[in-house]
Design a protein around this ligand. Structure first.
Ligand SMILES: NC(=O)c1ccc[n+]([C@@H]2O[C@H](COP(=O)([O-])OP(=O)(O)OC[C@H]3O[C@@H](n4cnc5c(N)ncnc54)[C@H](OP(=O)(O)O)[C@@H]3O)[C@@H](O)[C@H]2O)c1
Length: 199
């Protein structure tokens, strides 16, 4: 706060899945509830504007919420999840399930890391993300990949890392690209039909 000169708009609990072992649900739930309560206190006492949870892998959180209910768990205003073409069917489904169980409204559902942290990975050269756009639009591949991160799963914001002004300008322009919802739905069906999927 001293460095920012203001309170943060939103404070996110970082990757709680690392502390959710999945062995003792009551212990996991207790840890999560205590941490969420501390963040809710921070927000209500003015240390931050709002609070939320940020998950790289949403599956442990979704499993815990589905198995153990939400009694006494403070509700976050934001759930930030990994989003985009690098996320598998399980990861997409778990992110949507966790957001629904936590009652996070659409504006509070945020995405992150649209290039899985590695925009130079050769896999990005092997795909044609333009196939997901409505006809008649021209855009470079990586900005299109970024645009798709707003759909997989549906999120209102996407946190992306960049040290380049030119990259950021291209990404900002890509927000206006129109995505073909039918293609996204078909992609999700194909992804779900794969025998093994990752977070
Ligand atoms: N558990 C968690 O909560 C968690 C975990 C990971 C990430 N995050 C969040 O997600 C944010 C983004 O994640 P990230 O930075 O790891 O991964 P990312 O956004 O998927 O990828 C960042 C990389 O993409 C490159 N890039 C950006 N725009 C580009 C463009 N138009 N064309 C080509 N390359 C481009 C950047 O290089 P240039 O610098 O050259 O643009 C950078 O190397 C983080 O800042 C953090 O807030 C949260």
């Amino acid at each position: 706060m001293d460095e920012l000169g203001r309170v943060p708009d939103t404070l996110l609990l970082h990757s709680p899945e690392r502390s959710l072992a999945g062995v003792d649900l009551a212990a996991d739930r207790g840890r999560l509830a205590a941490t969420c309560a501390a963040l809710a206190d921070a927000a209500s006492s003015g240390l931050c504007g709002s609070w939320g949870i940020s998950c790289w892998d949403s599956r442990p959180l979704a499993r815990l919420l589905a198995a153990d209910g939400l009694t006494g768990l403070p509700r976050p205003e934001v759930l930030m999840v990994r989003s985009g073409l690098a996320v598998g069917a399980d990861g997409l489904a778990a992110a949507e399930q966790a957001a629904a169980l936590l009652g996070v409204p659409p504006p509070g559902r945020w995405g992150m890391s649209p290039f899985a942290g590695d925009a130079a990975h050769p896999a990005w050269q092997r795909i044609t993300p333009g196939a997901f756009l409505r006809p008649g639009q021209q855009a470079a591949a990586m900005p299109t990949v970024f645009r798709l991160a707003f759909e997989l799963p549906p999120v209102a914001r996407v946190a992306v890392g960049s040290t380049s002004g030119a990259h950021l300008r291209a990404l900002a322009a890509a927000v206006d690209l129109e995505v073909d919802g039918g293609q996204v739905a078909r992609y999700r069906q194909l992804l779900a039909a794969r025998p093994a999927s990752q977070a």
